[in-house]
Design a protein. Sequence first.
Length: 808
Amino acid sequence: MTSEATPATVRSALADRIVDTLIHRIGKDERAARKHDWLEATILTLRDEIIHKWMASTRAAHAAGAKRVYYLSLEFLIGRLLRDALSNLGRNEEVGEALASLGVDLAEIEEIEPDAALGNGGLGRLAACFMESLATLDLPAYGYGIRYVNGMFRQRLDDGWQVELPETWLAHGNPWEFERRESAYFIGFGGEVTGSETGQVRWKPAEALDAIAYDTPVVGWRGKRVNTLRLWSARAFDPIRLDAFNAGDHIGALAGQARAEALVRVLYPSDSSSAGQELRLRQEYFFSSASIQDIVRRHIQYFKDIRTLPDKAAIQLNDTHPAVSVAELMRLLVDHHELSFDEAWDITRRAFGYTNHTLLPEALESWPLPLFERLLPRHMQLIYAINAKVLREARRTAGIGDQAIAAISLIDEGGERRVRMANLAFAGSHSVNGVAALHTELMKQTVFSDLHRLYPDRINNKTNGITPRRWLLECNPCLTALIRDAIGPDFQDDASKLKALESFANDASFRERFGAVKRSNKVGLSNYIKESMGVALDPDALFDVQIKRIHEYKRQLLNIIETVALYDQIRSHPEKDWTPRVKLLGGKAASSYHNAKLIIKLAADVAKRINSDPSVGGLLKVAFVPNYNVSLAEGIIPAADLSEQISTAGMEASGTGNMKFALNGALTIGTLDGANIEIKDHVGDENIIIFGLTADEVAAKRADGYRPRDAIEGSAELKQAVNAIASGVFSPDDPGRYQGLMNGLYDHDWFMVAADFDSYAAAQRSVDARWADKDGWRGAAIRNVANVGWFSSDRTIGEYARDIWGVM
Ligand code: 26W
């Protein structure tokens, strides 16, 4: 009998290509291949296809003489890329089937792809969403950043205490990237400047290294366009000093390479507090210089004339981390292209835009002047010259007095002299934007008030957004399918079309199916938490979630104290009809941020006590999920019923987690802060739970001399909870552990936890009441999904493209 291939063993051409890749590029056969080999073979096969689109995109931009967008960011929190690429190329099914025919489960290999965490939090994730939207909108764009060998640390909890471990995302290599050995740029540090005002200025750096490009393709929705994320790595200019080696100094001879490697080794895990380290300034200059050199080189290659740079390049500074780019471009224009200072300044200002992401004073970067001068002597000279020019303009402007002049100056003269990076970025850009309406208003009124008076047309608002591909289509396939069933597929190409879902909010059968999808997502998350933490959750309970960096202004403490108060209430009134609730928290604390780490420990201590207390009868469960990252967010957000966005009003610039939750059908409990305000405007007052002081009220209260002790004394519930925590109820092994943290609430309470507590607790009880009305809750959740399409990063990028970059 001749053996005919049965349909089950017929391999598609795609399956053959994957096997071919496995053999020729990885050097294994099917029988020896492990999961990682299949992952790599799949990515490489897909990449081979992407390359053609990538090159076509580059050629088209070139042929059109198009203006390019350059997004400079010290952080890109991109997460996993395989599912994103498959989904955007519409190849999910085909690749899944090809792998299945090889006995490989696509979902399983997707799960082992490392989560590329080259960022801390919101700012880094925003950069990743923007890159995807730029490609989706078919705009030629490059992201520039650093290829950190160790990105964001991995968080482990040892008995509730955060332990930071290095994340080795490159351990298995990185099949997505192309190393561009030929794209190397000389980066200098230190040394001296010779020459004078009249003659040619020469900077002779004392140290040098090479910046090497690594390119990762960024695929837009429907594979329309593929852009480049170019991350820089460092290589010693002299990898080995042979003279030293031959003289017997074998280690010293390699010091240059070690220094280069140290530069790109770690992402500073500081969220919002200025790192204040020489290495951080070196990183900033290293990636800024490499990027600006690359931009200038490309411009000259394509367009010949440096003077047309601002017509062909829009360079966006993601916060002040790349602000030294302003001085670097000036240096190249004046010293290398021999333009006059004034002409160079005009070109520079027209090319740059600057986005501010926080008003926290501790996050405003400034560098000690002696350090800056030692590392970058030529840039220091140029900054003095820029400052002289800006201050001359300021003195000629009516209403700007000496105090305002001091605030506008690029040099902080109060105490130890420092270079102010925000002032440099502001002065060197034609556009300065905030990331939500309130934040932009506060920029004008507070930190930048004097610069705003000098340049009143410069500050503008661009409310943040999120990519609906990753944050709906990929992370919530069941909800996506349900929406498609109801309103058709158009919303996949234009998130504003989700609006059509509004009419289904009152449809009983749709609400039922919506509830079933949410429940199945909750079952999935419960299984993960059971397996990873051993905590059993009831998927029919209300899932109340706060996931984000741990910071006092984000007020995880308010949430935890209210949880303690609720626990107390349930125990005192077991007869009442309590809403079953699961409280989930997650997030990383900066390694040096003592209180943030203590807040994590408190969450863990509270969870331990409540989860093991039979008298709450499982009505309340608490879990702090370790190692929160992009991939975990993709699992948690679709399973949330309630989204905690409870920052002290005026302190969260925008928030973007708030948008992701609403898009996945969670109701927000939040303050009138950041983008919450605009979310409320879109979903309607009935479909969001707002509480607490407004930004104006917070400012007024601080000015009036806020007395938190009175607030605590005035609230029996709050007092009881704070005193229980302070007296060691949740830390019997160390009763004094939270004494200091709780005393802080009595003494200063800068973040107004006490002032907002009663209002927050009342809002939570109103949530309980709403939850009892299943249909009402689901209707409101559906209205959230229907009305937050506006928060797509496609809308945001469209605004940047039109108003700031002039590319649309
Ligand atoms: C100098 C070190 C440093 C590090 C991080 C300074 C400042 C930061 C920021 C606070 C980073 C950040 O992630 N900001 C967040 O940006 C998001 C995107 O715009 C906003 O949604 C968040 O509200 C804001 O906190």
